[in-house]
Design a protein around this ligand. Structure first.
Ligand code: ADP
Length: 355
């Protein structure tokens, strides 16, 4: 475009004005002097051209600078430096208007994305607060019910007093579980949690968790086993977090396992990584639920989960732990047959030096 840069605009304007002035001055001098003076058009053209060019360039520069300064201040939240206020610094050979136009469009685009992100965050926050209060309501009302019954004379009734206190205690335990899980989630989501990555024997970590949960599993007649005897397998992980992950997966296999079933842990070598699978022969999960399983508070069967003391947060914590390790988790399941949760972990090479 002819006026695409400030310099081109000033040059064109100067040309138009100086041609007009030269013509007018030449005609006037011709009429006044009665003859043509050769230097009049040359001198008037040159003088007007130079003057108009510099004046126009300065005016355009000043004008654009004043307008652009406001736009830039707005879009980049920039403060214009003191020296810039008195001395505009516009490159006259750049197509500034088009550049500003595209920068503003880009800025508007970014703002749109930011607004969308904030809207999602706001929805998530509302949903989250709603879910948390809903989860806490049940145990709180239960506790209130038991305490009121005890106060209304139940305390003196030996057939119910101990039983109601035990029920109140299990509701309190449920609340503690919810709060602890919420704490873990909030630590992960706020980025406060820094992993303590070390070389650790994953077989040992899994065995420790199996021992810790053996009693719980026994109550349902479920056996917790390693697929075979393994030599130590070293991985780079935060041991405590991986234990928390195993605990959640194995506890689920007990909660949703069939009585007298079996939970099996297997390890597979995958070159750079180790694949760990936790397999149960429990109730399984329908395909349609699998993609949402790791969402907070997502449950396939709400009443079964609550009955089993589930918070609906276990798998989302597992996902956070795995993502913090930059690894992946997958799930395969067949209703009535069982489920397999697989995670990958970074292997330590046999002669790797640990810094
Ligand atoms: P919860 O505290 O309810 O167990 P989780 O986040 O750990 O929450 O799991 C989400 C849901 O996924 C559970 O409510 C359950 O329906 C389903 N689920 C998880 N693990 C298993 C499993 N091993 N077998 C069958 N269903 C499972």
């Amino acid at each position: 475009m002819a006026y695409s840069t400030p310099r081109k605009f000033a040059l064109l304007l100067a040309l138009w004005v100086s041609v007009t002035v030269a013509v007018v001055v030449t005609i006037t001098s011709f009429v006044a002097a009665g003859e043509a003076i050769w230097w009049v058009p040359v001198a008037s053209f040159t003088t007007t051209f130079v003057l108009t060019y510099f004046l126009a360039a300065y005016a355009v520069e000043r004008f654009i600078y004043d307008k652009i300064k406001v736009i830039y201040k707005l879009i980049h939240s920039q403060k214009v430096k003191k020296e810039d206020k008195t001395k505009p610094s516009i490159d006259l050979d750049r197509d500034i208007i088009t550049e500003v136009d595209s920068e503003v469009a880009e800025w508007a685009n970014e703002r749109d994305k930011e607004i969308e992100y904030l809207r999602n965050l706001e929805n998530y926050r509302k949903e989250f607060v709603g879910n948390v209060s809903h989860e806490l309501k049940t145990p709180i009302f239960n506790i209130q019910g038991y305490v009121l019954t005890l106060l209304d004379g139940g305390l003196e009734d030996p057939t119910i007093n101990r039983n109601y206190l035990q029920r109140a205690e299990s509701s309190i335990e449920r609340m503690i579980n919810i709060v602890q899980d919420l704490e873990s989630i909030s630590q992960f989501e706020s980025g406060q949690l820094i992993l303590d990555i070390e070389r650790a024997d994953i077989v040992r970590l899994a065995t420790d968790v199996i021992h810790a949960l053996e009693l719980k599993a026994k109550k349902k007649g479920i056996k917790l086993v390693l697929k075979e005897e393994y030599d130590p397998i070293y991985v780079m992980v935060d041991g405590d977090r991986i234990k928390q992950l195993f605990t959640n997966l194995i506890e689920n296999s007990i909660k949703y396992g069939k009585p007298n079933g079996r939970t099996k842990i297997s390890f597979f070598d995958m070159d750079q990584n180790i694949l760990v699978e936790v397999t149960d022969d429990g109730i399984g999960i329908e395909e349609k639920h699998l993609s949402r399983l790791f969402e907070r508070f997502y449950r396939v069967d709400k009443s079964r989960s609550r009955e089993a003391g589930g918070t609906g947060l276990g798998l989302s914590i597992v996902k956070h732990i795995i993502e913090a390790h930059n690894q992946t988790i997958t799930v395969r399941s067949t209703p009535g047959v069982g489920s397999t949760f697989g995670i990958t972990l970074k292997k330590v090479k046999p002669n790797q030096v640990i810094s």
